[in-house]
Write a protein that binds this ligand. Sequence first.
Ligand code: LIP
Length: 281
Amino acid sequence: MDPWQDAMDHAVAVARRAGTLVRDAVQKDMKVMLKSSSVDLVTQTDQKVENLIIQSVTEKFPTHCFIGEESVAAGEACLLTDQPTWIVDPVDGTTNFVHGYPFVAVSIGFTVNKQLEFGVVYSCLEDKMYTGRKGRGSFCNGLSLQVSSQKDITQSMVATEFGSNRDPEVVDKIFCSMRRILCLPVHGMRGAGSAALNMCHVAAGSVEVYYETGIHCWDVAAAGVIVTEAGGLLMDVDGGPFDLMSRRVVAVNCQIIGDRVVKQIECFSPQRDDEGPQHKT
Ligand code: LIP
């Protein structure tokens, strides 16, 4: 008997409801607000969907904790404890949502004792429900997922993003890493505009690797389980162990390609998710 089956079923059901809300609002909800920079966007739909998820989960699991993108933006703590914790990105790919670019996901991860237990990523506009449960595999619309078997980086497709930091020094590092990777050479580079969906694409075998610095725990928690349960690995961009709060991720089909890619990445360290202003005393 799986102790978290009920919670996972609830996550799938609420992600579907949330996805309907997102789908109905796409290209209609144009009240765009800003967060950390003029390119870090948020809409009323992000807030509405997060409230819907938190309310629905709280009714069923009143003792569980939350880390939600919009709650943290509103000043709540982003602290991972041993308690059962739902890590929620109501709209992953908000910029896509605003522009009607078709990769937008509701992302719900779940941890116990700080370990990822399950992840649900619903690609609302494609109607694709990705799920991963520790020890039980990952699926898209019920079909089992498996990472690519490719071992040669020069035969691979690599996904990354530009993020929302436009500091020229950071942008130079991003381009430097991309240039090195492109010139290995690789078959191509892509970016869906949603960290969660880039990772689901690794799990599905359509790209071999996705890396990014600047993401948050709510962008990668759910998809992290989906990648590992599809046979992939999570690493830090320096090749070390993945740390959910570090804002750095490499999701890859195999160690050989992971090791090759991290050698090309210019590392930098944004402020950790668990070291935001609300954690300073
Ligand atoms: C976004 C990611 C995107 C990444 C941005 C941001 P949001 O999430 O999914 O891939 O490049 O840095 O984190 O803000 O749309 O939830």
